[in-house]
Design a protein around this ligand. Sequence first.
Ligand code: IMP
Ligand code: MG
Length: 179
Amino acid sequence: METDIDRVLIPRTELLARVDELGAQLRSEYASSTPIFLGVLNGAMMFLADLIRACQIPLTLDVMAVSSYGASTRSSGAVRILKDLDRNIEGRDVIVVEDIVDTGLTLSYLLDNLRARQPSSIKVCALLDKRERRTVDVELDWIGFEIPDLFVVGYGLDFRDLYRNLPYIGVLKPHLYSE
Ligand code: IMP
Ligand code: MG
């Protein structure tokens, strides 16, 4: 698995230090409102697990699973909800926790869908922002790291469902995914 990685982009120590900073920011913003942390599976699972522990405030948790890519490394624009929320978000403060925002298509679809359920507020915390690839305008409220246009894996992010369990964010060797 490690031999498929070109280089480490963000080591584990940096990931955890940044997640702690984000946790502190969320703690001061949501100190009195018991927000819902809405994790987008599968990619955000590691980030979500570390972030909610870094926050140290009363919160509730829910997850959604969406599929945007199939087996490719480029977004098709077609988003499917594979698993919906279990709980009602009406009147709640929602924080969408995403692994990475690339074109923005997945997130923009998701936000439209969630807004229709009338939460009291909805904000986005994304671990990685690949801003130069954005095709739809979506507002991100908290960002872990802005990264260049590289395909990355690890710490929850996958290629063909592999590499999620790498403890760092690494750049996949291009010959593995270029057609
Ligand atoms: P978007 O709809 O183009 O913004 O894509 C968002 C989704 O694509 C993310 O939630 C990831 O699942 C996936 N994705 C985008 N870039 C990468 C990457 O570099 N590595 C792994 N997954 C990625
Ligand atoms: Mg994903």
